[in-house]
Design a binder for this molecule. Structure first.
Ligand code: NDP
Length: 300
């Protein structure tokens, strides 16, 4: 039927961040310091500036100690690694985030690996990726976008995920692969599809949970969706919208929303679905690190 539950990421993110703000007050009231988040931006990429600005604002709003480093585009690798090392040693900083993509002359993996795994709020360090893979979720830090997706999936499936068939389309290190690991941990039967996969519609037809993280506008069609499936659309694609006026654009996901909403049990809109959850999970990870270092139990 046409009554898919709309998974309102904005509302869920607001709930999550309200809980975080309360927890920060609670920490500080017990004499601990506020969680500290350091965000490093190299260069002036406009999209990155927007993301970094939003992260810093949200951190401040939640009562975090929030610092931003804006480095010139010609910053050298050693200089960047020195800053990371200084932040690793800074007791007021819990989370270190280096905004990607970096300018081409810098090696992103070397920078990620320089971050203390215990402060790796993005969950990109191989130690955290490995901990997730071996099922040590409690000691890992988990990539924010898939963590946000899982929160939304759990909302849609209060009976649990165990035994369900899940399809993740996309195998990037930041979204697809960690998403698949999380769903495996939830005891789903997980299929990971990518650009070389055959017959995506047939794979989708079996999927009780479908996560699309591809970057191709409205690639997943409504008639692919298994009736009653939970559909999570990570994609953010800007397409021309001449109906809004000349030169105008609009944001769409990887899923043809209106069609898919006819068949899904629950679906995330774009915008307003996965996007707002990503930043909320970044704040949750920072709080988790602060709780670990204060030796108090991290809130779930
Ligand atoms: P990547 O480009 O790193 O990965 C895309 C994946 O999609 C690859 O694994 C690729 O396969 C696969 N793919 C490409 N074409 C096809 C196809 N025709 N059929 C099946 N699979 C295909 O992207 P990201 O994972 O970083 O991001 C995916 C999307 O999510 C983007 O639109 C991005 O903007 C968005 N995004 C949104 C976030 C949010 O907070 N809402 C956060 C991060 C990303 P292969 O590996 O074979 O090349």
């Amino acid at each position: 039927d046409a009554s898919a539950l709309v998974l309102d990421g904005k509302a869920v993110a607001a709930e999550v961040t309200a809980r975080i703000a309360a927890e920060v007050e609670h920490l500080v009231a017990r004499g601990h310091r506020a969680p500290g988040l350091a965000v490093i931006l190299v260069g002036e990429d406009p999209a990155s500036q927007v993301y970094v600005g939003a992260k810093g604002r949200k951190a401040k709003e939640l009562g975090f100690h929030s610092v931003q480093y804006t480095l010139p585009i010609d910053t050298g690798q050693d200089e960047l690694l020195d800053l990371v090392a200084a932040l690793n040693a800074d007791a007021a900083i819990d989370g270190i985030l280096v905004q990607m993509p970096l300018p081409k002359h810098l090696d992103p993996m070397a920078v990620i690996e320089a971050i203390d795994p215990a402060k790796d709020v993005d969950g990109f360090h191989p130690v955290n990726v490995g901990r997730l893979a071996i099922g040590e979720r409690d000691r890992a830090l988990i990539s924010c976008t898939p963590a946000g997706c899982l929160t939304l999936i759990r909302r849609a499936l209060p009976g649990g995920l165990a035994g369900l068939d899940a399809l993740v389309i996309g195998r990037s290190n930041i979204v697809g692969k960690p998403m698949a690991q999380l769903l495996l941990q939830e005891s789903c039967t997980v299929t990971i599809a990518h650009s070389r996969s055959h017959d995506l519609p047939a794979l989708a037809a079996r999927a009780d949970i479908l996560v699309a993280a591809v970057g191709r506008a409205e690639m997943v069609r409504g008639d692919w969706i298994k009736p009653g499936a939970v559909v999570i659309d990570v994609g953010m694609n800007r397409i021309p919208a001449p109906e809004r006026g000349e030169g105008k654009t609009r944001l769409v996901g990887d899923v043809a929303y209106a069609e898919a909403a006819q068949r899904a049990r629950a679906i995330t809109p774009v915008p307003g679905g996965v996007g707002p959850m990503t930043i909320a999970m970044l704040m949750a990870n920072t709080l988790t690190i602060a709780c670990r270092s204060a030796g108090v139990e991290a809130p779930v």
